[in-house]
Design a protein around this ligand. Sequence first.
Ligand code: S3P
Length: 181
Amino acid sequence: MGAQFARNILMIGFMGTGKSTIAQKLKTLLKMEEVDIDAMIVKRAGKPISDIFADEGEAAFRKLETEALQSLVGCQSLIISCGGGLAMQPQNQPIMKQAGVVVLLTATPKTVLKRVGHSTHRPLLNGRMHEQGIAELMDARAEQYAKCADVTVSTDHKTVAQIAKDVIAQLQAFEQSQSLE
Ligand code: S3P
């Protein structure tokens, strides 16, 4: 099933929806390269995301995020894991469209809490690491996520293999519908 998608595949969604995990699985299944925008930023800044937020503020982090995304436009057959806030920045949305096909992963606040409840490196969840806090931020973001997505896959109560299979099926249907236009 190698190199099945010439276009890049961008993984977006709220923190804890499984973007990085599913990207790794897709990398194996589709024999594509995978890049993680958060990891690119950490490498470039030479410090963890929580330190970038603490030392330079969120706006500086968002600028690095846009630069990293922009640097991938023109690449091919990459799976690109995006941080949860990347799709929220209006300036990123046209770049995402240029960069490839966009897969939105979703999960309920309960599932997200279960997955990231012990995380200490997600500054935007500081002080809201409970179902209600997650639900509020998720609700505030839902419309923008949906607007950016070419395909959407729910990740609740599914194995990694099932989610990856659903993503591939949806992507194939989407590419098919595009080629018929
Ligand atoms: C963020 C999500 C994080 C990371 C940063 C900001 C967000 O990535 O980019 O902490 O605004 O939702 P993950 O979604 O991979 O946790």
